[in-house]
Every structure is written in C-alpha cells, then in structure tokens.
Design a protein around this ligand. Structure first.
Ligand SMILES: [Zn+2]
Length: 336
C-alpha cells in the first residue's frame, strides 16, 4: 500500500477506499490523447483491473499529446494498446492491465464491456459514444463522457437513471459536417490532459461509491478563453435510450468502412475473424510491393496510400478520405 500513501492520506479515500479501488474493473475505450492520460491516472491510483481498447497504431503526430508513447514505440511500429500496456506495467506491476487491439462496434461492445464497473470514453467519434451510452444503460454500468476540440472540452458523468444520459442531452447525432473536428480545429495537449483527469476523478468517485460528489450536468472548459462553465442538465423521461430502453445504436448494423477523424484515413472492417496472412504477403510480394510485417499487422504502401492490415481482417487505409476508393483498394490488394 506504500505506493498509494499520498491518496490514502486523503481522507475521502483512506485504506478502505484504496482496497476498494484495487478490487474494481475499469475499461477505457480509446487509447489516444484522453485514453493515455486516463490509463496513466488509473494505473498510478491502483484501480485493480484496467482494460484498454483501441484500434490504431502510433504515429509521430500523436506524441504531442498521447503521453504514454515515445519515438521508440514508433520505430517498433507498435499498436497503441501494446505500447501503453508496456509502459503501464513498468509504472504499476501489481494491477492487471489488459490490452485489446480491436475496433469497438455494435457487434462486440457488450462482450468487451460486460463485468466492468465503469466505462471511460476516450474515443474520437460520436458514433461510438452513442453506442457506449446504449450499452451503459442496457448493462447498468456508469460511464464518463469526455470530448475535446481545439482548446475546449466537456465532461459529463452518466449513471443510468440517476443522471441524464447522452441522449437526454443530445437526442440525435449531429449531421456529419455540422461540428468541428480535430482535422479542422486541432487540439491542445493541456485541454486533453484536463478533460482526461476530470474523467479519471469522476471514475474513481464512482468506484469508491461516492456518487454524490460527481459532476452534475455538463462541465465545459476552454483553456484559451478561460471559460469554466457548468451547464445544468436534466433527465428526459421520454429519452429513447434511458427512458424507453430502445437501444438504437446497439441494434444498428456496423458500417464496413468509416472515415477516421484526425487521421485522414479510412477503416475498412469486413468483420471477418481471421485472414490468411501468409497468402496475402506472398501475393503482395509477387507484385513487387514492399511488405512490412510484425506480430500485430501487415503494412505496405500502394499508389499514394499506406495500408495497415490487422490479423482480424480490419485495415486502416491512410492518406485518403474516399470510402469507395478505400474499399476498392482493400478488395484489390487484400481480397473480398
Ligand atoms: Zn437518457
């Protein structure tokens, strides 16, 4: 317990609280700017079991804000969850850390999240957040919403039927193009660490059963204009999700190809369980394509794009925002 001395001295936690944390399970969905800070905080705080899910590998432009990664990880071509796990184990070897290299979608979210005590949103897209919201209500697991853009960010804590859910606050997903994205507005590392730290604190309060202390409503922060605003929110009794238990996003079929915001990439996910890696590599080499391969994926450049193919059949096609082109490249070079 020595490593947790300073938070045990904090009266609201104490030895009992620390023991409680060591017996709790948290899942962090996304291992980017928010996810790395949250994982760092929860690991050092001694949350006993931390599952980290992410679909992506590390790139140089991530290092400005994704605190668990360094240049060595990029040289090694590591997926984010694998590099994060290595770092976190060095920080705290007494807790269990489970990395999961996958895309979270309607077909697997329930399996991935069941049994967890808290879900932390560290995603970069609304689609997944609405999916988390449905799942949270369905399985009665609290979740912490966090979002950042430019110099501003928001946090909200959702305890099913006790605080307003995401759809109580924003009943419908804004249409594509209606909101700014990291592609158009960028993001500062101070706001990602503030929002992620607020999310971590909210999670710990819930894990300690101190629900009365969580943020009530929406906490908005802009560190450039120095706005710290608290916006009251109410449960909507007619809410499709928490009022009527209609889980639209869980019932929605998953799109095979999606644009990855901030990456100028398309993810193609044919939802196959495995691929014939050997055959694919042989075929690419016979076309004189330079193929790099490691324990996690196959990577090659073709035309003006870079294709990273994971062993579950999912691919990230970089340097394009054209979904049709990406799926056709996938069909041509990987297979149908
Ligand atoms: Zn609701």
């Amino acid at each position: 317990m020595e490593r947790y001395e300073k938070q045990i001295i904090f009266g609201e936690i104490g030895v009992e609280g620390q023991k409680k944390l060591l017996n709790k399970k948290a899942i962090i969905i996304g291992c980017g700017a928010l996810g790395t800070v949250i994982a760092n905080n929860l690991t050092r705080s001694g949350v006993g079991y931390i599952k980290i899910v992410d679909r992506d590998y590390i790139e140089l432009s991530n290092l400005q804000r994704q605190i668990l990664f360094d240049e060595e990880d990029i040289k090694e071509n590591l997926p984010k969850v694998i590099a994060a796990e290595r770092k976190l184990r060095k920080i705290n070897s007494e807790i269990k850390i489970e990395p999961l290299l996958t895309d979270v979608n309607s077909t697997n979210i329930e399996e991935i999240c069941k049994g967890m005590d808290i879900i932390l949103d560290a995603t970069d897209n609304l689609q997944t957040r609405y999916l988390i919201n449905d799942l949270s209500i369905k399985l009665n697991i609290p979740w912490i919403y966090g979002a950042v853009i430019g110099s501003s960010g928001m946090v909200h804590t959702i305890i099913p039927n006790e605080t307003p859910c995401l759809r109580c606050m924003f009943p419908e997903i804004p249409t594509i193009g209606a909101t700014e994205t990291c592609d158009t507005a960028g993001v500062l590392n101070s706001i990602t660490s503030i929002v992620a730290s607020l999310e971590s604190m909210e999670a710990i309060k819930i894990l300690l059963d101190k629900k009365s202390t969580v943020i009530k409503g929406l906490q908005y922060i802009d560190i450039w204009t120095n706005d710290f605003e608290h916006i009251d929110m109410n449960i909507d009794e007619n809410c499709i999700a928490c009022g009527k238990n209609n889980f639209e996003f869980m019932n929605r079929s998953t799109e095979e190809a999606v644009y990855l915001c901030g990456k100028n990439s398309i993810q193609v996910n044919p939802m196959q369980k495995e691929i014939s890696a050997e055959n694919i590599v042989r075929r690419l080499k016979s076309l004189d394509i330079d193929v790099k391969q490691n324990a996690y994926f196959i990577k090659f450049d073709i035309e003006d794009v870079q294709i990273t193919l994971f062993y579950d059949g999912r691919a990230i096609i970089k340097n394009t925002n054209d979904i049709k082109r990406a799926t056709s490249l996938y069909a041509r070079y990987i297979g149908n």
